[in-house]
Structures are given as C-alpha cells and as structure tokens.
Design a protein around this ligand. Sequence first.
Ligand SMILES: [Fe+2]
Ligand SMILES: [Fe+2]
Length: 354
Amino acid sequence: MTKSNVSGVVLDTDWERYIDYELPLVTSIRKVKHGRRIIDSFTDTYAEAAFIGDIHIGHNDHSFNMFNAYLNFLKDRPYIPIGLMGDFIEYQTLTNFVNNEILSVDEQIDVFVKKMRPFKDRIIFMLWGNHEERIARYTKSNRFLADLAREIGVKDNCYVGEPERGVNILFKVGNNEYGAYAHHSSTGAVINKTIQLRRSGFQTGAALILHGHTHHLGYEQRTFRELTSMGRITKRQWLVSTGCFLKDAGYAEKRSYPLTEVGAPIIRFYADRGKLEFVDVGTDYRAYLEKGGMVFEGDTGPVNLKLSNVVSVLHPVLEQSGRRDGDGKQVRHVLDQGGRSDGAGKQVRSVISP
Ligand SMILES: [Fe+2]
Ligand SMILES: [Fe+2]
C-alpha cells in the first residue's frame, strides 16, 4: 500500500518502529456435549502470543514461583511467541525506596538472561521499562537492552527497543492481520490505571494496544466506526494491561495502592475470523500451575523475626555460586529454586496468589 491508495486525509506514512511477525497457527476442536449428545462442533484456527513484563527480578517481593510457573507453561507450548514489556530487573539505584533488593544488579541480569535463554528463538520484541531506563540515565548509555538481547541470544527478527519508545507490530495470522502497539508506558495514575492506555488507543488505531508498568492485569474494549465505500465499518479495539510478577510490594502498601495483579496476558488471535481473546492462565490453567509447583493455600510456617536472619536476607553476603545465611551456612540462589529460603537456610513455601 502506498500513500496514494490510502483513502482519506493522509498526512504521512512511514515504517518507523514497525515490524511484522507471522504467528504460528494451531487448530483446536471444540465439542459441546449435553448428556451423551454432541450439540455442536467447532474447529478453530488461531495463534497465541504472551506479553510478559514488570518482572522485577531482584525485588524481595518478586513472584518467582508464579514467574517460573508461567515459563513452564510456555515451555510446554512452543507455538506461543513472547513480547517482553520492560521492567525485567529491579535496579533500585537512583531511587529513594527503602532497600528491598535481595540480589545485586549483576545477579538480577544473570537470572533474567538464564530464564529467557530457553525462549530466545521466539522473543518478538524487548522493550525498555523505567527500571532499565535508570541504567541508561545513570550510565548515559542506551546500549543496555541491546547488550541484554545479545546475551540472551535472540534471533535477528527480534525487535530491540529504544528508551521511552514503544513498538508497532503487524501480527500475521493465516490470512488475517492484526495491528498492535506495545509500550511499557509511564503513568502516575494509581486508581484509574487505564487512562493512559485509553489515550494510547485513541492515538493508534490498532486492534490491540498493550501497556505494562501499572501492574494491572486485564483488558477493556473500545468500539469505533470507520466510514468507507464498503459502508460503516464498526471495529473493536482491545486495550490490555500486561500484569506483573511482583506481589504486595511494601511501597505500594505504604501508599495504599491497589493490589498488584500477578501474571501475564496471553492473547489469542483467530485466523478464520476477526476475533481476539484474553487467555487467563492464572484461572483457566490453575490446575496446571499447581501441578507445576505453584502453591495457592499460603505459607503455614512461623514468621522468623531474628534480626540476624532478616539482615542476612536484605544484605546477602555472596560467595562464588552461593550466599551465606545468618548462621554462615551456604544457601543456594533463591530465585532458581521456585522457593524462598528462611533464615536457617531451609526451603519455605511461598505465599502466592494470582
Ligand atoms: Fe513495573
Ligand atoms: Fe514500570
């Protein structure tokens, strides 16, 4: 399509920060049964993509158990590519927050790279979050994300973003196409978290708008109309907030922020009709997540208030491949175990709720 055959008042066409991505198709057969009778039977052809961000590896309240469960879910579904929405690591330097980092910055990067490497061939894009932008601000260098992408080993077709910028994507799904715009975003809206998301939707007439940063997981729809020689075309736009993997951070409780919603959206794009769907992994696949090691019933162990243990968690003494707990014993990296270490170096189960 060129500028001359786009109808209407066209001011500009360009390909800036624009990628197209062909999503792998899957087919599913649905049967509706009532008693022994099959009432209906459908064959659906669709593709799915996961949009993961606000992971905050290294923060004391990072939901590593839920994060691992999602990654296991994706490992079992190799047809789902991944868009990375920013805020991968915590990096609290330059902030006034009470220190609640339990990993050094290098460890945060190492954990993220290790977690992402198995998915290197299916990462669609990587965006900067404000936590990565702190590194750009501090170092006056914008190379961090490209270096991170290189370390993960992403393919050439992975779009590596620029600070403060989003990405426009044309998802090709069989013979269907869905325009999308993804941005980490930046907003101080605490209650009306989707205000900026809606603004973004007004500015880009894409079927799917994705924002991170607000730690809200969910979507809303906007319906609008275009008038063409084909008649009045009514379209639907999806505005999606991409969740987080950070549960009940202290700064949020202190300010009475709304509770964070842990998880990430998987969006289903239909090939045979214009339809999007929000796959709620935390609810629809709960049994799967529990089988994968998720614990939903809460921690029944005693709370450890011994000061030396608390201090050792906040200020870990690193020794080669491990860390020492308050009693000087070696404790393995907490993030790799899907569990949390208590002061005595024993594994305790984590309290996780979606
Ligand atoms: Fe975040
Ligand atoms: Fe953010």
